[in-house]
Design a protein around this ligand. Structure first.
Ligand SMILES: [Cu+2]
Length: 277
């Protein structure tokens, strides 16, 4: 009976690895269970880190599974009735403290670049010959239950009177450093775009900044990953990554639609100048 148990324990790493491999290669029934396609420059670094951590975890998982199975197999009480008992083993304790410590310190140093790239070094622009942090392109306002995207109006600044406000639809240009300013109207939400490898909690009273650079045109979901109330699951936005040219066209269309009184006056002024008087 005990040997049967050991076989069951051996099955854990085998089946675990089996599902892992099948998901990674998209075999049925695990199609689409692996990472979604990446559309961000920094996503490559993040995916690399993800695979490294996955491999470390997989090796430890398989190793532990084999050790547990082997111990149950070898120390079957019908073949060997007493197990060795000892309450302390300094050498063993030292080994199982130092090895995880080395792994964790290694990961801490190894991930520094990707952390800096995605969370610390904000893109810059040149202003009077000096690099300054790039101002946010869109203010993302999370609320129960939806997303407001505030684009800059003709003044080119967000959080001003002429902001263009859109609900649940975000359009951004590719091949451009995008900075988003995240805020919430009520509770904690979390801005998550898996295809951009971006996830950021939004805390009331705080401004969070995220940045990324889209690599190809695509359409993707924006999800909230903080349980924020009964309608949490309905907090779904749509992100369209378009070419800079299409983005400018879209923006011009928005401006033409938005604020008709201001627009009509602006259109009158240049039209009225040549030849009308
Ligand atoms: Cu939410």
């Amino acid at each position: 009976m005990n040997r049967l148990w050991s076989i069951l324990f051996f099955l854990v790493p085998i089946l675990g690895m089996g599902t892992f491999v099948m998901a990674a290669w998209g075999m049925p029934p695990f199609q689409g269970a692996w990472l979604p396609e990446n559309y961000s420059v920094a996503g490559k670094t993040i995916d690399h880190l993800f695979y490294l951590l996955n491999w470390i975890s997989a090796l430890i998982f398989i190793g532990t599974g084999i050790v547990i199975g082997w111990v149950i197999w070898k120390y079957d009480h019908r073949r060997r009735d007493t197990a060795n008992y000892f309450s302390h083993n300094f050498k063993l304790e030292l080994i199982w403290t130092i090895i995880p410590a080395i792994i964790l310190v290694f990961i801490a140093f190894y991930q520094m670049n990707s952390w800096a790239e995605t969370k610390m070094i904000r893109p810059t622009i040149m202003q009077n010959g000096q690099p300054v942090t790039k101002p946010p392109m869109v203010l993302v306002m999370a609320k129960r239950f939806g997303w407001e995207f505030h684009y800059a109006g003709p003044d080119g600044l967000i959080e001003t009177q002429d902001d263009d406000y859109i609900e649940n639809e975000l359009v951004l240009p590719i091949n451009t450093d995008i900075v988003l300013q995240l805020e919430t109207r009520d509770v904690i939400h979390s801005f998550f775009v898996p295809q951009l490898r971006v996830k950021q909690d939004i805390v009331p009273g705080m401004k969070q900044f995220i940045w990324f650079r889209g690599t190809a045109t695509a359409e993707m979901d924006i999800a909230c990953t903080e349980l924020c109330g009964w309608g949490h699951y309905t907090m779904k936005g749509r992100l369209r990554l378009v070419t800079p040219k299409d983005y400018n066209l879209w923006l011009a269309e928005r401006r033409a639609l938005q604020n008709p009184p201001i627009d009509s006056e602006q259109q009158k002024a240049p039209a009225g100048q040549p030849g009308s008087e």
